[in-house]
Design a protein around this ligand. Sequence first.
Ligand SMILES: NC(=O)c1ccc[n+]([C@@H]2O[C@H](COP(=O)([O-])OP(=O)(O)OC[C@H]3O[C@@H](n4cnc5c(N)ncnc54)[C@H](O)[C@@H]3O)[C@@H](O)[C@H]2O)c1
Length: 247
Amino acid sequence: MGKMEGKVALITGGASGLGAEDARVLAREGAKVVVTDMQGDLGRAVAAEVDGLFLEHDVRDEARWHEVVAETIKAYGRLDTLVNNAGLVRFGTIEALPYDEFRLQVDVMLGGTFLGCQAALPHMSKDGSGAIINMASVGGMKGISTIPAYAGAKAGVIGMTRSIAIHCREQGNRIRCNSIAPGGIVTPMTAQALAQLPQDAAGLDQIQNFGMGQPIDIANMVLYLACDDGRHITGTNIVIDNGETAG
Ligand SMILES: NC(=O)c1ccc[n+]([C@@H]2O[C@H](COP(=O)([O-])OP(=O)(O)OC[C@H]3O[C@@H](n4cnc5c(N)ncnc54)[C@H](O)[C@@H]3O)[C@@H](O)[C@H]2O)c1
């Protein structure tokens, strides 16, 4: 029997990279999976691959969040796991990055995670199987001069995750809330970023020194936190970076 048998998972940004791999791993372990994304064609393909449901959704859209949660429960009867994974990165130092690019990143990653938790929490399974997993980054733990807005949004995700976890404990509802902070992982996002950046760009040497991980390295942790193996873990940030932030 799979570790996610009988559970339902909703994954944002599930059309690509880490989110798509999360969908595959959770479905392989028996979960019913709802994939959401702005990229319709790719999202539908991932949902078809995992025999799940695709819902088009921009995570900045608050009203659509409530529809997505309602459609998930209508389709599969419950919601156990929410993976707030949708994200994007825009490069530019504090002096160069336009304010609208700052707002875009904060709105998608910090705002989208806030809206997702707010919409989903009242409807999530409260019997101990409820788990929220927010995708942070090592960028939210250490400074990277070329991505101040991304780093700020991800630091916000880490802080917000802890506060939600404490709230759930205070409510006695046994929903766990954790974040994961990956280092560099091979996905379309990093392929695009590496192609755009000059070879001497700040932060690149770090990635090259510590090597790139694969989406499965993150998806295995998403599974651990989502299933009963992770039942005693809440309010923490799990770093998966091959030692990048160790010293
Ligand atoms: N790849 C890495 O090295 C790395 C490292 C640390 C953290 N992360 C984080 O992991 C998450 C996934 O990244 P990835 O590398 O798989 O990138 P990716 O570009 O492959 O996938 C991100 C997905 O998010 C979707 N998305 C973007 N904006 C959205 C919005 N407003 N609403 C809904 N969906 C939206 C995109 O369409 C895309 O399908 C992101 O939050 C990213 O910040 C990635």
